[in-house]
Design a protein around this ligand. Structure first.
Ligand code: BTN
Length: 235
């Protein structure tokens, strides 16, 4: 995949911008900003994007099928994890569906949205140098940055190049390879979890459709495909 990178100083949200420009943007268009004033996260949450301290970017992709589109968030999670390993030598883990954690703190959020009939916008925010206290002051004690967790300062440019190179390769993987890699790195599997709709149990797997498989105390299996899932003792 050839990426066409567009850089901005500041904007509301790189994903909102690409949504507005989806019709005239070819597949592989990347928009990144040094600061987002209205960064958006999953489930209507905001994503804090202070200036110059993180990589905030969105990529426009045009999948050939819904099945392909559903793999994008997993591909993005794996690509971020690889990019963090390459730049810092640190091991990160993936919390279903696609938060990237170091030392059980979230350093990256991923948001996949449909833009029009044919486009998916993959938004990725990696906190690079933001001090941990900044998030704690915003009541986000489970959020941190790559520098705060690894002691390694990675520049925005370095992380962007590494991430796009990883992403372009992972997006080519067959679905089975992607899911099997995702399962190995998914820290949710094997843990006690509870979902926002009240299901409590042990996560046993991630299904072929990307759903979280949870077995409750009565032995009943639940397949979760959206919403908030907390891991006991993490967040
Ligand atoms: C989440 O943690 O719930 C997802 C956060 C996704 C943040 C990225 S930053 C770049 C892109 N623009 C946005 O407004 N959101 C995504």
């Amino acid at each position: 995949m050839n990426f066409i990178v567009n850089e901005f100083e500041s904007m509301d949200s790189t994903s909102s911008y690409l949504k507005r420009h989806a019709a005239e943007s070819p597949a592989g268009t990347v928009v990144c900003a040094k600061e987002q004033t209205g960064g958006r996260g999953r489930l209507g949450k905001s994503f804090l994007s202070p200036p110059g301290s993180g990589l905030y970017l969105s990529v426009l992709l045009r999948p050939e099928s819904l099945e392909e589109a559903l793999t994008y968030p997993f591909a993005a999670g794996i690509a971020v994890e690889e990019a963090i390993r390459e730049t810092t030598a640190a091991e990160a883990g993936l919390k279903w569906p696609n938060d990237v954690l170091i030392h059980n703190r979230k350093v990256t959020g991923i948001l996949a949205e449909v833009a029009d009939q044919t486009a998916v916008i993959l938004g990725i925010g990696i906190n690079l140098t933001t001090p941990y206290d900044f998030f704690a002051e915003h009541q986000l004690s489970h959020v941190s940055s790559v520098l705060a967790e690894t002691g390694v300062e990675v520049s925005i440019r370095q992380m962007r190049e590494q991430l796009l190179s990883q992403l372009s390769s992972v997006l080519e993987w067959p679905k089975e390879q992607l899911l099997s890699c995702y399962r190995k790195r998914c820290i949710t599997i094997g843990k006690q979890v509870h979902s926002s709709n009240g299901i409590i149990g042990i996560c046993t797997d991630v299904s072929g459709k990307g759903e979280l498989v949870v077995r409750d105390e009565a032995g009943e299996e639940h397949f979760l495909n959206s919403g908030e899932v907390s891991i006991s003792g993490i967040y």
